[in-house]
Design a protein around this ligand. Structure first.
Ligand code: SAM
Length: 458
């Protein structure tokens, strides 16, 4: 076995400052031999069995380079040894026959060559290398990490590495272990890049704009958002009690659903309204900024008084709308016809007055809001609520539990829900494990049909 068969391409031990990265400290040269050969014959060396264990195979570095002494002429096929004496005899004989000789070649590696993880290992003391934090979550252009205390002295380095090694990232924040108790958004500190916190994020074919320091957003919930929106029918009306900036409300409206979207955080309500507009669903989403309890108590009555127009079928795509607009413009120009009024809403179908689903994603306390459903359909004004609500709404209530076994988790959640509702849950109840948020903390969504006795309680 040759002495130099293994090429050490790891970064050099870092000896620069530890508050900023000295990129020049990341430089390494590796000496190898290059077998000179004409361009059309490089494959002969690359495919040769005799050279199988001799070719240089550093990631991201070309094995074939042009010969620096003859730029337009021969190529060099790089070997992984720097000393001729290390080339096995069989390979040596092959090269003597096929190549035009061996020359010294230097491979230069710099800061750009190594991954964030490799660079970080060069910085960190040995004891911190295992488990070093190079993973991060992305929201728009912001990368966020959650650093343990022992890595805090290196936070700016970690941030800079994430910034330098990921083109889409322009801001890196460290989430502090403080969550705004009421509105659930994280406190965070900038560790690299620009202090620019208004992000544009895409989820479910929708664009969401929001200030990450002012509102709640969690990209890990995207499958839960999708799951519930999938359950909704386009004709449904959805009441989103804790809507945030709209990850349930906006995709549901895009599907055709009418939505009452509510959030007590004025900034969430502001960005929800903007997202509704940006995604062109203003006619289908009504935004409010109230306490969830008031919203639950008044939503039935408000919708009944001011219903949404009936669902009239899928909307044409943006491209289709644009095409139709252009065709109409052409006709108007060619035939001189007046611009026809836009298609009126279909008033042959009854308007939408019934809430089909309530969504309650505030896992910390949503269950405690459930008593607000008591009596929501008992009507002092004697309208025909019972006829309208021949089918009761489904409630999708998110919650946490410390029980890790599914059966115990379900029993725990059921007991808390029934206690708050003051009534047993019926047959149409299901429990969905959304995600594990901590080693002993699971997030669930319990879905159940609102018991008639609760809704009509007086
Ligand atoms: C966990 S977030 C969920 C947001 C969004 N539905 C989602 O899935 O990303 C909970 C939301 O409830 C809002 N909130 C907290 N307390 C509230 C209350 N009493 N009434 C209404 N909204 C509230 C917060 O501002 C936050 O936007």
């Amino acid at each position: 076995m040759s002495r130099h068969l293994y090429l050490d391409s790891s970064p050099p031990a870092y000896r620069g400052p530890t508050d900023v990265i000295d990129k020049n400290a990341f430089h390494k040269t590796i000496s190898v031999l290059g077998a000179r050969i004409s361009p059309e014959r490089t494959r002969v060396l690359l495919k040769a069995n005799e050279l199988r264990n001799c070719l240089m195979d550093l990631p991201k570095i070309r094995t074939v380079v042009s010969d620096p002494s003859q730029r337009d002429g021969d190529r060099l096929v790089l070997l992984r040894m720097s000393d001729k004496a290390d080339i096995p005899v069989e390979a040596q004989q092959f090269l003597d026959k096929e190549a035009k000789g061996l020359v010294d070649y230097t491979v230069d590696l710099d800061y750009n060559y190594w991954t964030a993880e490799e660079c970080l290992h060069a910085f960190l003391p040995e004891k911190l290398r295992e488990g070093a934090p190079t993973g991060f979550a992305m929201t728009g252009h912001i990368a966020h990490v959650n650093l343990n205390d022992e890595y805090l002295p290196y936070k700016h380095i970690i941030g800079q590495l994430i910034l330098d090694k990921n083109k889409r990232v322009t801001t890196v924040v460290n989430k502090l272990n403080m969550i705004d108790n009421q509105f659930r958004f994280f406190k965070m500190e900038l560790i690299a890049g620009e202090p620019q916190y208004v992000v544009e994020h895409r989820e479910a074919d929708c664009t969401f704009t929001f200030d990450f320091t002012e509102v709640y957003w969690n990209s890990r919930l995207h499958t839960e958002h999708e799951r519930l929106v999938e359950l909704f029918k386009p004709e449904d009306v959805i009441a989103d009690v804790f809507a945030g900036v709209g990850p349930f409300a906006v995709p549901a409206a895009k599907k055709g659903c009418a939505v009452l979207g509510n959030d007590l955080n004025p900034n969430s309500a502001k960005y929800l309204a903007q997202n509704v507009e940006d995604n062109r669903v203003t006619d289908l989403v009504r935004v409010s900024c109230e306490d969830g309890r008031d919203f639950i108590r008044t939503s039935v009555s408000r919708l009944y008084g001011t219903p949404f127009p009936a669902y009239t079928g899928p909307r044409p795509s943006r491209a289709q709308q644009e095409k139709e607009r252009k065709q109409l413009q052409k006709r108007v120009a060619a035939e001189g016809i007046p611009i026809p009024p836009s298609v009126p809403a279909d008033d042959t179908k009854p308007p939408r007055r019934r809430i089909s689903h309530f969504v309650m994603n505030l896992p910390d306390s949503a269950i405690t809001f459930l008593d607000a459903f008591r009596g929501i359909l008992s009507d002092a004004e004697d309208r025909n609520l019972s006829g309208t609500y021949s089918e009761m709404p489904m409630i999708h209530c998110h919650c946490f539990t410390r029980e890790l076994e599914p059966e115990k988790a379900e029993a725990d959640i059921r007991q808390r829900v029934e206690e708050k509702l003051g009534h047993a849950l019926g047959g149409e109840t299901s429990f969905h494990l959304v995600r594990s948020v901590a080693p002993a903390k699971e997030m669930y969504c319990v879905s159940f049909r609102l018991p008639r006795e609760v809704a009509f309680a007086v």
